[in-house]
Design a protein around this ligand. Structure first.
Ligand code: AMP
Length: 130
């Protein structure tokens, strides 16, 4: 069965898209730790990030780097933190979270923002993509 992220890639369920290229996609986490929390995925479904080929893994990280720079420009923060868990969704993904302090990187802290706010945050990050 296709993962929920493959359904997003296929356009079967909606997302707040931030960026896309031929092989990758970035969209807002539906329950962000902080406004702007973004997930970066390979379009091709694979469960575990560290099972990816070196080439695919490096391409994903390079795409995530571009997204992280756009995220920092759009959402003022001290750093963009990166994390890999994969405990909930079995489709490789990188979390990018704008943080002011270490305490902001808290996976138990899940926000639910209004759809209009999510849409405008995604548009702000997308506008910074180079
Ligand atoms: P994990 O697999 O533990 O790295 O966590 C998966 C993340 O995906 C969580 O932070 C969820 O809030 C997020 N998530 C789950 N479903 C969706 C969705 N449909 N759109 C955006 N983010 C999602």
């Amino acid at each position: 069965m296709a993962s929920i992220f493959s359904k997003i890639v296929a356009g079967e369920i909606p997302c707040y898209k931030v960026a896309e290229d031929e092989r990758h996609m970035a969209f807002l986490d539906i329950n962000p730790m902080a406004p702007g929390h973004t997930l970066v995925i390979p379009k091709q479904e694979i469960d575990y990030l560290f099972d990816m080929s070196d080439e695919d893994y490096l391409a994903l990280e390079l795409f995530a780097k571009r997204v992280a720079k756009a995220l920092k420009a759009a959402m003022p923060c001290a750093r963009v933190a990166e994390a890999v868990l994969g405990m909930e969704v079995p489709h490789a993904h990188i979390h990018l979270v704008p943080i002011q302090t270490e305490a902001d990187m808290n996976f138990r802290n899940k926000l639910s923002l209004p759809g209009d706010d999510m849409a405008s945050i995604a548009a702000r990050i997308a506008a910074e993509m180079k």
